[in-house]
Write a protein that binds this ligand. Structure first.
Ligand code: AMP
Length: 108
């Protein structure tokens, strides 16, 4: 079982921000910004490459809800999903990083 599936199962503790039947948002263990939250589907999907339009549509609504819950929706935030080796993906369970809470640097 992958590390994020273990988090979903409660085998590894997490700091939950928001949860519903299909998705979980929790604090990244090694934050890269004042606010750094990971958003994952509860079903195991390797990466964005394997996402379906239906799951992505539901996840879009959930991510917007997470931004509202964190109070960052109007000030802004950054979403990142790393895909595969060249994308720097370390955990093989699709996740979106939500970074916020400060002026973020340029990604260029
Ligand atoms: P990525 O490099 O895009 O695969 O990102 C994986 C992220 O998972 C990194 O930002 C890690 O800090 C984070 N991470 C790994 N293990 C945990 C954990 N147990 N709880 C919270 N975040 C984690």
């Amino acid at each position: 079982m992958c590390i994020f599936c273990k988090i979903i199962e409660g085998e590894i503790p997490n700091k939950t921000v928001l949860e519903n039947d299909n998705f979980l948002a929790f604090e990244d263990i090694s934050p890269q910004a004042k606010i750094h939250v990971l958003i994952i589907p509860k079903v195991h999907i390797q990466s964005f490459n394997e996402m379906t339009p239906n799951i992505m549509a539901e996840m879009t609504s959930f991510i917007q809800e997470v931004a509202l819950t964190l109070g960052v929706k109007s000030d802004g935030y950054r979403l990142i999903t790393n895909i595969g080796q060249n994308g720097g993906q370390e955990v093989g369970h699709v996740h979106f990083h939500l970074l916020a809470g400060e002026q973020l640097g340029s990604i260029n």
